[in-house]
Design a protein around this ligand. Structure first.
Ligand code: FNR
Length: 363
């Protein structure tokens, strides 16, 4: 049954990508153009650090799949693309492995194909410490993702209905494993209040995984005979909304959910993300064009990321948080309701003593 579900998720998520690519809340974020801000490309480094983790690039292939023959092949292809481009990668939830060890190879193929890469194991928030350790061991994982998916479980016909123990379970896992723990959503976003709780629990990093890309309310509705919960299709906060909500929360955040191109990556980094994850679009790319298509897409993104940082005068991903940004539309309305001040983003470069003329020369 789990294997069928995994195949359904891949099929519906890939179909959903066809309808995406239009407006999402990343379009409500723009940079103030400073024509003399540029630096030399040789000065730019894509390397990023957060919560004790170091990545060579601020982009990863985020959690998706494993647990069936078909998804094992997809994991192999994603892992080859990660190896060839140097981007970190996560497996999908490893519940299928806990239920049936015979599917272990559909996950461990990632390590086999990508022996030196940064790989994240993935479990749900009901996993015991023992299961979390097994997941990490199987992949020789460098970090562990725990996903929070309350709306997905609610809409999923066979989903969990008990969520009260998620917090204590996360605390146990954090204390019981020896790799960094990253807690993520699956496309509905993490609020500031959630981030503060995660920080108290000792979680090192959170991935906001917001609304605007792959939509698991819709996917689980599509798996129902009758789309009983279709009114939840718009639930949650977008990644840009979450990043603005997270400002000053104190826990490093990653951004994912609805990232469509290198400009969205740069926008997310400028709003405070330490790195960015992409799932549905990379899945669609590998299904349509195979490994070569995904390698060429990710390589182009990394090239363009460097180019955009050069134009914006950012030597590192963290430098992007000094760029002047404008927040518009629905996103601005969200910020107003949540009491988030956005105007200072429009002139923040000044507070670093950076002017038009000296932007490129100031560190
Ligand atoms: C996912 N996602 C996901 N996340 C997770 O933590 N564990 C999982 O098992 C899965 N499974 C899964 C399957 C498929 C087919 C997709 C496309 C996605 C969620 C994923 O990591 C991410 O948070 C969301 O997909 C939002 O990002 P995109 O797709 O909009 O880039």
């Amino acid at each position: 049954m789990i294997a069928n579900r995994k195949d359904d998720h891949v099929r519906f998520a890939a179909e959903q990508q066809r309808g995406l690519g239009g407006h999402n809340q990343f379009d409500d974020v723009s940079f103030v153009h400073h024509a003399l801000a540029g630096i030399d490309r040789s000065e730019v480094s894509l390397a990023t650090r957060f919560g004790g983790i170091e990545w060579p690039v601020p982009l990863c292939i985020n959690a998706m799949t494993g647990g069936s023959v078909r998804t094992g092949v997809i994991n192999r292809d994603l892992a080859i693309a990660a190896r060839e481009t140097g981007v970190p990668i996560a497996t999908g939830s490893m519940s299928a492995y806990f239920a049936d060890e015979r599917v272990a190879g559909t996950f461990s193929v990632m390590r086999r194909e990508n022996p030196d890469g940064f790989i994240m194991a993935n479990v749900n928030a009901t996993a015991s410490v023992e299961k979390a350790r097994r997941a990490i061991d199987l992949l020789e994982a460098d970090a562990l993702q725990i996903h929070l998916n309350i709306i997905q479980e609610t809409v999923m016909p066979e989903g969990d209905r008990s969520f009260a123990l998620w917090g204590p379970r996360i605390e146990e896992i954090v204390a019981g494993v020896d790799v960094p723990v990253i807690v993520k959503e699956v496309g509905f976003g993490l609020s500031r209040e959630t981030l503060l709780r995660l920080q108290e629990m000792g979680v090192r990093v959170a991935d906001v995984a917001g609304r605007g890309g792959t939509n698991f309310a819709r996917i689980e509705n599509d798996r129902r005979d009758r789309a009983d919960y279709s009114y939840l299709n718009g639930w949650g906060q977008s990644a840009p909304a979450c990043l603005l909500d997270a400002q000053g929360a104190g826990i490093p955040v990653l951004a994912s959910g609805g990232v469509r191109n290198p400009l969205d990556v740069v926008r997310a980094l400028a709003l405070g993300a330490s790195a960015v994850g992409v799932s549905g679009l990379f899945l669609r790319t590998v299904l349509d064009g195979g490994v070569p298509a995904l390698i060429s897409l990710i390589s182009a993104w990394l090239d363009q990321l460097e180019a955009l940082m050069t134009a914006l005068g950012a030597r590192t991903p963290a430098d992007l948080t000094r760029c002047d940004m404008l927040v518009d539309g629905e996103l601005r309305a969200f910020c107003a309701e949540r009491g988030i001040e956005t105007r200072r983003l429009a002139t923040r470069a000044r507070s670093y003593g950076i002017t038009h003329e000296t932007f490129g020369g100031t560190r």
